[in-house]
Design a protein around this ligand. Sequence first.
Ligand SMILES: [Fe+2]
Length: 399
Amino acid sequence: MDEKLLTALIDRQPARTSLDQVFYTDNDIYQRDIEKIYLKCWLYAGHLSEIPNVGDWFLFNLAGESVIIVRSGPDSVSALLNVCRHRGSVICSENSGSSKKLVCRYHGWSYDLDGALHSAAHMPDGFDKSGISLGKVHTAMLEGMIFINFAERPASFEPVREDLAVCLRPYRIDKAKVAHRQTYAIRANWKLSVENYTECYHCAPAHPEYTRGHALAKPGARASDEMQAVMSRAVACGLSERAVSRIYLDEPGFGTGYAFERYPMWRGHVTGSEDGQPVAPLMGEIRDYDGGATDFQVGPATYALAYCDYVVIYRFTPVSLAESECDITWLVNGDAQVGRDYDLDRLTWLWDVTTQADKRIIENNAAGVRSRFYRPGPYSIMEEYTWKFMTWYLQTIRP
Ligand SMILES: [Fe+2]
């Protein structure tokens, strides 16, 4: 798409109104989204407990790209582009595995766990393998959570760690383990998936299971009396009182910034579960349930919810112009044992049922947005955050 045309489209977008159809259906804009957002921002890749031993790896696929996240040493993680330096074949084709070397099945080129070419058979005399290695993607660690960034010179992750580590510490996510991880395929442009996550206007009509426990389904929840009660109990329960809101600061390359905010649950609910009662042992250093839940986010694609007994991490990625994925990780205390300390169905019930509903409503949204009769419509007061996201988005893709 001509840059002048894109600028004109952005300029004519009215405030607090859903986006013009073209932003969801144009392939040039989609390619721009990938380049300006997904290849520039920090993205959650997975948790250290998924690769406990040297040689363990898993793949992170998005928008046709594939990255091997590998435990390259006792204290190191590498993120390597899954593209052989010989003739370009994908090296790892399973979702996860464990190996001493990464071996391309096509012509047998093998790589060390840090990406350096280890061996290549029948190459001509003078072939120098020392300068050949798999492409590297930057990594950063936040309390056991592995983040990656495709940019050559990404924005520093240090501010995130400095600000969020203190708030996250009581949960000891670094010592947690993945109880379950599931990917939900959504037939919708990635923005429709993220837009849906950033507002709770739809919670009351679409999520009865969530709404009966979480006050965020009502406007003004963070300024309510219930909120005061939760905050007054937080420290006694071992939680941090601190809130962080460093979002939409227009920091180049950092996407939407990061945040950590608590909000209350309704009386009788201490966690996100079918009956509001605990579904796993208390996490980390938390001593009791304070009646609250925490939202935290890092960048435009990673959103998480921390309860006193478990943490769910959401990641939204594009697959193609009209397809996206929602990847959910459920974390529990590292020493909790399935069957003894938690039941997987009870643990995952709320966010599975809620995500199935989200998939349905997002796909319905996508189908309507594709209609020739779709016109942008006005946002409610509960979609202020979505508009902030869209404002950031339009600024980010502006030529
Ligand atoms: Fe939802």
